[in-house]
Design a protein around this ligand. Structure first.
Ligand code: ATP
Ligand code: MG
Length: 587
């Protein structure tokens, strides 16, 4: 289909000023370049050029899904509560789930994801191992009532996702498709022009699920990553890590109780006690429900306390706390009151009865800890595990940091930030078991489907592209997703100038190039600024001066390079450049 547009007729309301609410480049530029408009917090309208980009991103994702045999379908955005009750998520999903009632008072939600619907669909239709494996996907609007919708399209409340779900008879079959999806996700990132890294998202989870996140690298990304030259990379939320330790106190000393009034921070404590911050130990308390005699009619006393000890200069990673003690929840203010615990002086010596002590592995072998005394305003110096208290378990508990050791090769980890654009996940039988979705295997036994799910944030990816491809003048689109490939900018509306400009415009469109002519009766400066802001990869400037020498000016938006091209060659030159750039993003 020919794409030859006129700027005068396009609805691209560019803004001269930076919108005050936009902190990140992608948010600012999406608004300024007239691609999106806000309808409510985290909810946006796509204007014509934004919509063009969105459809290109979708098409790349669609191509790559089709190429691995994943079949497109479409599920409803409105989902009946019954399915969520079956899977057990109606109660646990929390306020992020947008719930509504129909006129009969029945409960529904706006889908934040579609495991329930797809599992229910497949459960009723697929019966035999002979029909497996199967992989299905959709490109759909999703709803999540995020606590803090922000950064424009990066964290919305209504956003578009490609979500795929696969069903298998065996783990090997799941692994094979999971790998194919992961490879497709890599290609999607490449075709979008994203500088990205696949990262381990839950490496330490013993016997747990396998998952990889794809991170678009970005200084302002919400996610923190660590990576090693050996190729290993992980989200710090889930990064196993080897904490380098260099305790100053290497000899055991006597246990000494110290009065530490008004000490609030680790820095204050280390100064007060006269020991290095990394020789102090922080203790954080959590609780787990226990199945005891009272199980079934469990009251609030049926919980066990867990003390987590980590080096004073490091942070406890709540995800890892959960790996060490599944189901653990860190205590809140009310819990501290209930158990009458001294929040600022917790420690492993004489913990409350029944409490477990789990300490970070890096502390193993250290003989002199500066720790809380489980008494307000008191700490111990010289506390020694094995002598003064027992550690029930040593585990990797801290948030990984650059400078730590790589869990694979021991090399030094480096840090980066990223935007999670997509994620692949081995679900196993979590949903199929909960929802009774089974098939009969070769022996005729009923078995739950083994499932995988795979999500690409379409709108988030679009924003990530801009986050990586912009300069002080605006967006610099990769050819693969640019709203239009070439802009023709006539410097004047008089026929001697506009005529040749229009001819180039028509000829390029005839050559299958997506082209716009800036036919607005505006000053050259305004046109240049807008075309740079919107970020068309090539601009052809047609002016009297050039035409006098039978030439037009060709500008490369990315490099800023300008060159004069003979009028007669303009069309073929531009068509060739566009073709070459398109080629870069084909795989
Ligand atoms: P996050 O941790 O950033 O909240 P998530 O891990 O909950 O995201 P998934 O359930 O894995 O998200 O969803 C798949 C993809 O959908 C994500 O990789 C991301 O690209 C996109 N996505 C998730 N939440 C949002 C959102 N609020 N706005 C835009 N895109 C989103
Ligand atoms: Mg995710």
């Amino acid at each position: 289909m020919k794409v030859a547009l006129r700027m005068s007729q396009l609805h691209v309301p560019t803004l001269k000023e930076d919108p005050a609410e936009a902190e990140l480049a992608s948010h600012r530029l999406l608004l300024r370049a007239g691609l999106i408009r806000k309808a409510a917090a985290g909810i946006y309208t796509f204007l014509p050029l934004g919509w063009r980009v969105l459809r290109k991103v979708e098409q790349i994702v669609r191509d790559e899904m089709d190429a691995i045999g994943c079949q497109e379908m479409l599920m409803p955005a409105v989902q009946p509560a019954e399915l969520w009750i079956e899977s057990g998520r109606w109660d646990v999903y929390g306020p992020e789930l947008m719930r509504l009632k129909d006129r009969h008072g029945r409960d529904f939600c706006l889908g934040p994801t579609h495991e329930e619907i797809i599992t229910a669909t497949v459960r009723d239709e697929l019966r035999s191992y002979r029909q497996l494996p199967i992989s299905l996907y959709q490109i759909q609007v999703k709803f999540r009532d995020e606590v803090r919708p922000r950064f424009g399209l990066l964290r919305g409340r209504e956003f578009i996702m490609k979500d795929a779900y696969s069903f298998h008879a065996t783990q090997e079959s799941l692994q094979e498709h999971y790998d194919a999806q992961a490879r497709a996700y890599g290609r999607i990132c490449e075709r979008l022009g994203l500088d990205y890294r696949p990262v381990v998202a839950e490496s330490g989870q013993i016997g747990g699920s396998v998952t990889t996140e794809f991170m678009a690298l970005a200084e302002n990304g919400e996610a923190a990553l660590v990576y090693c030259d050996c190729g290993w990379a992980a989200n710090v939320e889930a990064a196993a890590t080897v904490v380098p330790r260099n305790p100053a106190a290497t000899e055991p000393r006597d246990l000494e109780k110290v009065h530490t009034p008004d000490i609030r921070t680790i820095a204050e404590l280390s100064t007060f006690l006269g020991i290095a911050e990394h020789d102090t130990v922080k203790t954080m308390a959590g609780k787990v429900a226990v199945e005891g005699e009272g199980a079934g009619k469990r009251d609030s006393t049926d919980e066990r306390l867990v003390f987590f000890c980590v080096p004073g200069d490091r942070e406890l990673n709540p995800v890892k706390a959960g790996w060490a003690m599944p189901g653990v929840q860190l205590l809140d203010e009310a819990d501290f009151e209930k158990h009458d615990l001294p929040k600022g002086s917790l420690g492993p010596i004489a913990p409350p009865e029944g409490a477990l002590v789990i300490a970070d592995r890096s502390l193993e072998g250290e003989v002199s800890w500066g720790i809380g005394a489980n008494e307000n305003d008191y700490h111990f110096l010289g506390a020694m595990p094995g002598r003064d208290f027992e550690v029930d378990e040593w585990a990797d508990l801290v948030i990984a940091e650059p400078g730590d050791g790589c869990p694979v090769c021991g090399g030094e980890l480096k840090g980066a930030r990223g935007i999670e654009v997509s994620q692949v996940f081995q679900l196993g039988t979590k949903y199929s078991e909960a929802m009774g979705a089974t098939f009969s295997d070769e022996q005729g036994n009923e078995r739950p489907f083994i499932m995988g799910c795979y999500g690409v944030g379409i709108t988030r990816s679009l924003a990530a592209v801009i986050e990586q491809h912009n300069d002080e003048n605006g967006i610099v689109w990769p050819m693969s997703v640019t709203p239009l490939e070439v802009a023709i900018i006539p410097l004047g509306m008089e026929p001697e100038v506009f005529g040749p400009a229009e001819e180039i415009w028509r000829a390029l469109a005839d050559n299958g190039i997506e082209v716009v002519i800036d036919d607005r009766d505006e000053r050259a400066g305004v046109k240049f600024a807008d075309n740079d802001l919107i970020g068309f990869p090539y601009q052809v400037v047609v002016g009297k001066k050039g035409l006098a020498e039978e030439a037009v000016e060709l500008k490369n938006r990315r490099t800023g390079e300008r060159s004069m091209v003979p009028l007669a060659d303009a069309v073929s030159r531009v068509a060739w450049l566009v073709a070459e750039e398109r080629e870069k993003f084909c795989h």
